[in-house]
Design a protein around this ligand. Structure first.
Ligand SMILES: *[C@@H]1O[C@H](CO)[C@@H](O)[C@H](O)[C@H]1NC(C)=O
Ligand SMILES: *[C@@H]1O[C@H](CO)[C@@H](O)[C@H](O)[C@H]1NC(C)=O
Length: 185
């Protein structure tokens, strides 16, 4: 964004937007929240967002704070499952050496990401949204780095769906953190 906007119109627009977002969220539906997330952040896909929350009945009448928490829990389940999935892929299939190296790097990356998600949850529960943001960003980077490994040499990634899910879920959690962080100060 241009500095001109930062010093003039932008803060006002932004404030109006935040107040509007908060009240929309207070009425609370998954659809409204996902719509705001998707508008805020091009990394959030509206359909992915609503589908992910719909899997959890508790999301239905949840506050923004609760939806953020649910999304972090979803990342944790998702990545833990993917870590096992990668482990089995390495064990149960024959791979060329480059793909195998990538899979092994991904296993490390997902292994690093899981404690980061746990830290993010801890910070989130303490309303330390800046710290939660740092951890969730690291998680998102891990998913991206994993996928990039395959892409660097044009190798077909067997993990595209999985890394995409981790990336998307992180983007959702980051959107919640962003609104809580900027709206609460
Ligand atoms: C990960 O999350 C996505 C999006 O909610 C879901 O479609 C997928 O089934 C989940 N994967 C696992 C292994 O839980
Ligand atoms: C959510 O709220 C609606 C309307 O207030 C209510 O009908 C519904 O039972 C609630 N759902 C859950 C899961 O609590």
């Amino acid at each position: 964004m241009k500095p001109f906007f930062c010093f003039s119109i932008f803060p006002l627009l932004f404030l109006t937007f935040l107040i509007a977002s908060q009240s929309a969220i207070a009425q609370n539906s998954i659809y409204k929240t996902c719509k705001i997330f998707a508008q805020n952040d091009p990394n959030v896909n509206y359909n992915f967002c609503t589908t992910s929350f719909q899997l959890y009945p508790a999301s239905q009448n949840a506050t923004l704070q609760e939806l953020g928490k649910i999304s972090i829990r979803l990342i944790q389940y998702n990545m833990t499952d993917t870590r096992f999935y990668i482990k089995n892929l390495i064990k149960n299939k024959k791979w060329d050496s480059y793909t195998k190296q990538c899979l092994s790097d991904c296993f490390e990356l997902f292994s690093d990401a899981i404690p980061s998600v746990k830290k993010a949850m801890k910070y989130y529960n303490k309303k330390l949204y800046g710290d939660a943001n740092v951890q969730l960003s690291a998680v998102m980077d891990d998913a991206t780095t994993c996928e990039d490994g395959f892409n660097e040499r044009g190798v077909v990634s067997p993990l595209t769906k999985r890394t995409g899910d981790a990336f998307q879920l992180s983007a959702i959690a980051l959107s919640a953190v962003y609104i809580l962080r900027t709206g609460s100060n």
